[in-house]
Ligand binder design. Structure first.
Ligand SMILES: Cc1ncc(COP(=O)(O)O)c(C=O)c1O
Length: 424
């Protein structure tokens, strides 16, 4: 049945059926949650070998005793492992603390207070600072901008990545545009991996602002669900080829590899950018947690060790994605009221409903005991102009919980859509 082809009487009949179903579900008093992009406990268990892996000798057998202060930009062993994984030189990376979002936040604050480079004033001296925000996107990127008073400009996502015609035009004509947020592989929330052409177009951008930076948040760089994962072109290499080595700040962490909040995070950038960051952030701390960096290196041994580990994550979360996707396929392949993404990695599935139906769907789910990420969260200022996008996070619940939660979700989508079509 396709609601878009039904007449008003048939829609009313369907609504009364679905309302009965909904009441039956509400009586179950469910408590389910598809809102949190967090690993489940069985994923965390995969890294428990790290918990007590370090010995005294591991820590002291270096020119610097790793238990003590020293080495600001990351221990050499960790740099080697991540450089190998991500394609950078050791003086193009810093390994810092436990959170990549923290590094992004600091990068923005530094830009406001101290400036991005010696030829451009700090952003705090400017009347206006703007960022491009591919949408739907990651709410915490948007929150940083909102807190700092940065004006956000929505850029539509396409199956190839952000709409590059608009990105190229805007950065070339407006000096107030200082950055763009990108989650280039298995984007949050759409699961889109930018095409080679998109990456090349990013590398060849000609921004009017001399201190424009691409904030390349590669949070899901090796988070494939299948053996033949998506391939993302190396932006940093492409920028070097294009004579634009200073353009990108590339961020990442092991939050969804080992432990969220207790992993290690890094930034990759040109040697000049890294030198400047070290110089400007040296006043902030004497050094980061080298023992955690060392723990990660000893646990994984090398870049291949990380890749093998990620296959174990995939085994655990693939069935969860498939549970949600097969339910959507079953319920909506004929009933064309919902479109969804089919990610091959990352942490999220993104759905688009008919315009004006997202908030109501989230509300109906909540009333039936299923928590979803708030409608609008995937847009700057929490405002989805079409009120149609919802992010589903399938990793944290069990498969059994997900089956139940997605059943409620599908029913809520149908109810919200019927109400919309009937102007109720
Ligand atoms: C796109 C993206 N970037 C960054 C983060 C947070 O990373 P971290 O734990 O390294 O701060 C997340 C977490 O969900 C994310 O989805």
């Amino acid at each position: 049945m396709d609601y878009l082809k039904l007449d008003k009487n048939a829609l009313r009949e369907e609504l009364s059926e679905k309302r009965k179903e909904y009441e039956r579900i509400r009586e179950k008093d469910l408590k389910l949650d598809m809102s949190r992009g967090k690993p489940a406990a069985d994923q965390l268990n995969l890294s428990d070998g790290m918990l007590n892996i370090l010995t005294h000798d591991d820590c002291v057998n270096h020119t610097i005793d790793y238990r003590n202060y020293g080495i600001f930009d990351g221990i050499p062993e960790a740099k080697e492992m991540f450089c190998d994984l991500l394609g950078a030189e050791k003086d193009e990376i810093m390994i810092l603390g436990n959170s990549s979002l923290n590094i992004m936040y600091d990068a923005i604050i530094r830009s406001f207070v101290l400036g991005v480079n010696s030829s451009c004033p700090p952003w705090s001296k400017l009347e206006k600072v703007k960022f491009l925000c591919p949408v739907p996107g990651y709410d915490r990127h948007f929150r940083i901008c909102e807190r700092m008073g940065i004006e956000m400009i929505n850029i539509d996502m396409t199956p190839e990545g952000p709409d590059m015609d608009t990105v190229e035009r805007l950065v070339a004509e407006d000096e107030a545009i200082k950055g763009i947020w990108c989650v280039p592989k298995y984007s949050n929330p759409g699961g889109v991996t930018y095409s080679d052409e998109t990456v090349r177009r990013f590398a060849n951008l000609k921004p009017k602002a001399g201190d424009f930076r691409i904030f390349w948040d590669n949070a899901y760089c090796i988070h494939d669900l299948y053996d033949d994962g998506d391939k993302l072109l190396n932006l940093f290499e492409e920028c070097k080829k294009a004579g634009n080595p200073s353009l990108p700040y590339i961020f990442g962490s092991t939050s969804k590899i080992t432990y969220p909040g207790a992993g290690v995070a890094f930034i990759i950038a040109s040697k000049n950018n890294i030198r400047r960051i070290i110089d400007r952030s040296g006043a902030q701390t004497i050094g980061y947690d080298k023992l955690n960096q060392l723990r990660h290196v000893k646990f994984f041994k090398n870049a291949d060790g990380i890749k093998i580990h990620m296959k174990k994550h995939a085994e655990l979360i693939r069935p969860k994605f498939e549970t949600v996707l097969s339910a959507l396929e079953r319920e909506f392949s004929e009933n064309k009221i919902l479109e969804w993404t089919n990610p091959r990695g990352g942490y999220f599935i993104s759905v688009n409903l008919l315009d004006g139906c997202a908030k109501r769907t989230v509300e109906l789910c909540a009333e039936a005991g299923v928590v979803l990420t708030g409608a609008g969260a995937t847009f700057p200022y929490g405002k989805d102009p079409r009120d149609r996008n919802i992010r589903i996070a399938p990793t944290f619940p069990t498969v059994a919980e997900l089956s139940e939660a997605v059943e409620v979700f599908c029913l809520a989508v149908k109810l919200a859509t019927l109400e919309k079509l009937l102007n109720i």
